[in-house]
Ligand binder design. Structure first.
Ligand code: KMH
Ligand code: ZN
Length: 271
């Protein structure tokens, strides 16, 4: 019997704009509504970035406070803050909302080319984020865009900045990062220490095929408009909830149980 499936909905991100898909939420109210819909569809966690009302990415504490409060007022879905923000942001900006103590927050353990840009995460920056996560007792989701980032995560374990068991999210298919081929996922899963948990976030057309593969392999899944705007070739998703529905449908066909937020907390050691 496989572990119940944790589905994380990445509802907004920093790069997907309404010009790409008109259903991407911007305001805290819209983000909270989308989180509720994703929970109803079967997600147990929501991964959020802040946005100004016009869609400009922000990591401002007051924006995250509104998002967190609005979600918690109406849903038991676990809330994961991005500490990645957008490529131009300083590390201080990226971590300014963590004292709000979300259930989880991301930690990318290396620098990666990100399309035409660079998503910068030097070792001192990674340590600064990890220290803040420890200070507020927030469970990290270690974001892996390439293999060396797993090694760096293990280095942080040695330094006492991360504690096993670890939870990894393999982000595959970013132009400049590790590609979305299924064998890449197998390779990464083999690399991580026994007892770790993992999920996959396939980018663009890789999203659903990798999600289905992860379900077969006993891993967990992240889907949503941050990573992919289409529900099928040429058809825009009506929201991240529609991508969550696709994943639930596949999991049910395979007889894989879906985790509630309570169960997800236990699996991930949150709280
Ligand atoms: N927006 C990307 C540059 C995260 O959320 O932690 C970084 C990102 C990762 O989305
Ligand atoms: Zn993100």
């Amino acid at each position: 019997m496989m572990t119940p499936l944790i589905i994380t909905a990445a509802v907004d991100g920093a790069e997907t704009m309404r010009e790409h898909n008109p259903n991407v939420p911007y305001t805290p109210e819209e983000i909270a509504q989308e989180a509720v819909r994703c929970r109803e569809a079967g997600a147990s966690m929501v991964h959020v970035h802040g946005r100004e009302d016009d869609g400009t990415p922000t990591q401002a504490r007051d924006v995250f406070e509104q998002i967190l409060n609005k979600i918690r007022e109406r849903s038991d879905i676990l809330v994961q803050f991005s500490t990645g923000g957008a490529v131009w942001m300083s590390v201080e900006e990226r971590i300014e909302a963590l004292d709000l103590r979300p259930d989880m927050a991301t930690l990318t353990t290396g620098t990666v080319n990100f399309g035409e840009d660079v998503f910068m995460n030097s070792l001192p920056m990674i340590r600064q984020i990890a220290e803040r996560l420890q200070e507020f007792d927030i469970t990290p989701e270690i974001e892996i865009f390439d293999t060396g980032m797993v090694d760096t995560a293990m280095r942080l374990v040695k330094e006492g900045l991360l504690e096993e068991p670890l939870h990894f999210d393999f982000v595959l298919g970013v132009p400049g990062g590790m590609g979305g081929r299924p064998e890449n996922l197998e390779f990464l899963v083999d690399m991580i220490p026994e007892g770790s948990t993992w999920s996959v976030a396939g980018i663009g057309r890789h999203e659903l095929p990798l999600a289905y593969k992860a379900i077969d392999m006993g891993g967990h899944v992240r889907v949503g408009l941050e990573d992919n705007i289409f529900v099928e070739k040429g058809v825009l998703a009506k929201g991240s909830w529609e991508l969550v529905e696709k994943v639930v449908e596949y999991a049910e066909e395979q007889g894989r149980e879906i985790a509630t937020p309570e169960v997800a907390k236990e699996i991930l050691g949150v709280g």
